[in-house]
Write a protein that binds this ligand. Sequence first.
Ligand code: 0RA
Length: 642
Amino acid sequence: MATRQYDEQSIQILEGLDAVRKRPGMYIGSTDSRGLHHCVWEILDNAIDEAMNGYGKHIVITIGKDNTIKVEDEGRGMPVGKHASGVSTLQVIFTVLHAGGKFSTEGGYKRSGGLHGVGASVVNALSEWMEVVVHYQGSIHRMVFSKGGSKVSALETLGRTNKTGSTVTFKPDEKIFGKISFDAELIRERAQESAFLLKGIKLTVKDERNGQVDVFQYSNGLINFIEFLNEDRTAMHEPLAFEGNVGEISVQCALQYTDDYQENTYSFVNLVRTVDGGTHEVGYKSALTKVMNDFARKIGVLKDKDKNFEGNDVREGCTSVISVSIPENLLQFEGQTKGKLGTNEARSAMETIVQEQLTYYLEEHRELANAILKKIQKASTVREAARRAREDARKGKKNGKSERLLSGKLAPAQSKDVRKAELFLVEGDSAGGSAKQGRDSKLQAILPLRGKVLNTEKASVADIEKNEELNTIIHALGAGVGSEFDIKDINYNKVIIMTDADTDGAHIQVLLLTFFYRYMRPLIEHGHVYLAQPPLYRVSKGKQFKYLYTDDELKATMQEWGKVEIQRYKGLGEMNASQLWETTMDPAHRTLIQLNLGDALIAQRVVSVLMGDKADLRRDWIEKHVSFTLEDDFAKETAKNG
Ligand code: 0RA
C-alpha cells in the first residue's frame, strides 16, 4: 500500500517536471537569455531569503567554466529528514513543484523572490544536472539530480561539519536553452543591488571563465546605493534615509538632491526591481510632494495665493531608492508584464513613514530645507514659463506672432538645409549690421540681441513670458521650449553666440547659456551651441598683417616680426563686415568653441553669482571662454577681488 502510494506520487512528480520542460515559458517566461538568468535568480533568491531572515551573512555566486552556476550560502542548511511523502525533504524541495512554502517555518519568513518565486524544482526540471550539498545538523549531505530531475541519486553523507549552509550547483539544459552564455555583468549588477538593499550582507561573484572576482557589501545600505548612483553628480547634501514597519510591511528609502535636472527613482519589492513602479512608488512620491508643499507654506516659500508645487518639480534633481518588503499573502501585481506593485498597504506604509520622518528631518535642518525648496521653486517657475511660452508659440503660428517677432530682427538664411544652417546670436545692433552684410547669406542667419539678455535664474514666469529677446530666440529656433522642446524641430545645426571679448560679452554668454540650460537642454547636450572667437588684435608690418586671438600669439608674433603696429579690438563693432567674416564667421578660417553641459552648468552657477561676491567662479568662466588681457578694467577688479 505504502509503496503503491509512493509510486503514484513519484509519477505525479515526474509529470509535474515534464510539464515544466514542455512549456518552460509558463514557468520562467522564456527560454532566451532572460529565462536562463531567471533560473539564476530563482536559486539566488532562496539563498538571499535565508540571509534576509538573519541566517548567514555571505553568499557566493560562481559562474563555472562549463556553463554552470553555483550558489553557496551560510544559512541553516536544508532539512534532510524523511518528509511525509516518504522521501527526504531535500528531494521534495527540488522535485515537487511549488514545494517552496511547504517546509518553511511559520513566523514571518520573508520571501525575497516573491515576484516570480517558482521554486528550485522548476530550475531542476530545466537542468542537465543539479547538485545540492547541505551542511545540516552536524553532517554534510549531498544529492544529485539529472535529466531534468527525473533521475535522483541516493542521499549521501559526506562527513561531519560544524557549519551550516547550502550549496546548489546546476547546469542548465542546452536542449531547453540552446547555447548557454551567462552574463556576468547582469549577475554582478543583481548581486550589487541586493547587497545595497540588504545592509551588511556580503555577496561575492566569481567568474571562473576569466578569473574575475567581485565582492559587494555595504554597511550603510541604501545610503551607499544613493552615493553610488550620484557618484558623477554634484549633491546638495548627504543622502537622507528613512525606514520603518507598518503592519507586516517594512519599508526603507533614501534620497538625495543634486544640482542635476533628472529625476531618478528606483523602486524594489522584496529585492526585485519594479521598473513599472506601483503603489509603493505612488506612496513615496505623494508623501514627498505633500511634505515639501506643507513645509514650503510653513516657512513662506509658498504664499497663500500660490499654487502647490507639482510632483515633477519636487523630484527634479532628486535621486531616490525605495524598497519594500511584503509577505507573500499581501503581494499583488498588475500591468501587462506583472511588473507593477498593486498592494494598497504598500502605498499607505510608504506614505506614513516618509511623511513622518521627512517632516521631522526638515524641521531639524532648516537651512537645507530652504535650499531644497528654493530649487523646487525654480523648477516650478521654469515649468510654468515653458508651458506659457509653448502655448504662446502654438498660438503664434496661427496669429502670425512668430513673423511679427522675427521681422526686422532676424536676417534668415536662404537655404532651408538644417544640417548646414547656422544662427548667429550677435551682441548689439552695430555688430549685427556688420554680420548681416558680411555673412554667407545662404547658410547663415543673424539675430542681433539688443541690450542685456534676461537672467532666467532670477526671472519670474511673467518676465520670461514678455521678454522679447528670449521669445525671438525661441521662435527663430522653432523647436519649442521647456519640457516640450524637441531637438528634431530645430531650424539650425549650429547656434553661435558672438559677443565682444569683454565683461559684457561674457555676461551675455552666460545668460544665454543659462537660458539654454534651463529651457533647451538638449540643444547643448547634442552639441549645437558654440561661442564665436573674434580676434583680439590685428598686427601689421608694412603690407603684411594678421589677426591674433590670444596674448601668447601676440607675443610670438612680436618676437618673430620685430616692431609691429598693433590694433586692439575692443569690440566686434570695430571690424567692418568683411573683417568680421574673415576673422570670425567664415567656416574656413574661424575657430568655434563647442559648449557642453559642464560649461553650461558653470555658466548657470556663474549667473547666480555674477552680481554677487564670488569672483573666483566668475573668473573661471571668463578665463576659460573669453580672452582678454588684464588691461581690462573688469579683469583688474576681478583679480583684486579674487
Ligand atoms: C526554511 C526552513 C529551513 C531551511 C530553509 C528554509 C532554507 C532554504 C534554503 C534555500 C537555499 N538555502 C537555504 N537555506 C535554508 C529548515 C530550517 C531548520 O530545519 O533549521
